[in-house]
Write a protein that binds this ligand. Sequence first.
Ligand code: PLP
Length: 409
Amino acid sequence: MTNNKIPFLDLVTLHEELKDELSSVFRRALETAGFIGGPMVEEFESKFAAYCTTQHCVGVGSGTDALRFALIAAGIGPGAIVLTVPNTFIATAEAISQTGARPDFIDIDERTYNMDPRRLAWYLASECVIDANSGVVINRKHLMPVRAIVPVHLYGQTADMDPILELAERYRLVVIEDACQAHGAKSFSKRDNCWKKAGSMGRAAAFSFYPGKNLGACGEAGAVTTNDAALAQKVRMLRDHGQNRKYYHEFEGYNGRLDAIQAGILTVKLRHLRRWNARRRIAAARYRQLLNQAGLGELAPFAPMRAKAVYHLYVIRVPDRDGFMRHLAEAGIGTGIHYPVPLHLQKAYEWLGYKAGDFPVTEEAAREIVSLPMFPQLTEEQQARVVAGVRGFLSTTTEPSTAQAAAAW
Ligand SMILES: *Cc1c(COP(=O)(O)O)cnc(C)c1O
């Protein structure tokens, strides 16, 4: 990587800084030859549970495993509808349909990009009926019960959990948080008058430790956090072929275990997570300041008072996104799109029967969102160059005021 290029994400510098600590993890695993499960996994699980302020953490093979196992352990399966957002990584919906359930989507809030609780309320009140005998919420079109909600804490900012949890209680729905982008994010609960950690608010939560996440392994890894001991035990069995005693299988499970080397690496990195997240927040504040100085303050992402985001991604909106990305690429600046095609318009979900126009807020966002470089080691000088690039592009497009208005939500 040359000095004057600004990558979208720099994982090389981060691992360079930790090389010795990480190598000793590998040596320790070699000496004991304990590669799957064992004390290194247990140590990470207890430290990550403490970090998330939950009683249990179960390490699994990936964030997708974590979502799938949490849903199955919460009793979700064939015949159920599970609600999530169309603006997320496909793993959220894959995990739902791979339990046998049907994903159904709730559009997002245009400012936070997370599930819009007003639309969730509208869906439950208008598209469902409550079965008089069982009290179960039935979707009128599909004649299937709605059983769960998977709010996604996208880009490192918690979803609007108070109203979501309230609706879940009222309609007796399970809430499984997709916290795969939100390690360490916090949400202020007015109901309980305190800050809560992502991963501690639903019945259970799923984390991914994919290398590019705020806490990333050097390979695949994930975890389920929960305060429900029975659910945690079920996830432990699901990750290990449905057994809790070798070769005695109570049900069919999966090969979804966390390996010792990844757990050891995660234990080392967890010690740095608070500092890394603080640096991401500082970088976000600096982007906001630089954008303000450039007269582009409206581009800075909305930061509601109720959330302390950990800025997994720093997402802005521009009308001519392709041109914008080309312009930045020419200046040696990497960008990304999270995500270019809403889930309901993906070929993989044709079978759900949605069409363009069904989730307009997501669809409009998908055309305009672009993620700027964001990682803990991002320097002030690099950020100044990014914002100069942003300004350079927007001032050459014919009507900068329109561009700003479009971004001003
Ligand atoms: C990364 C991610 C996942 C999946 O995690 P994997 O570890 O890649 O399986 C799920 N949901 C969201 C929102 C993610 O960002």
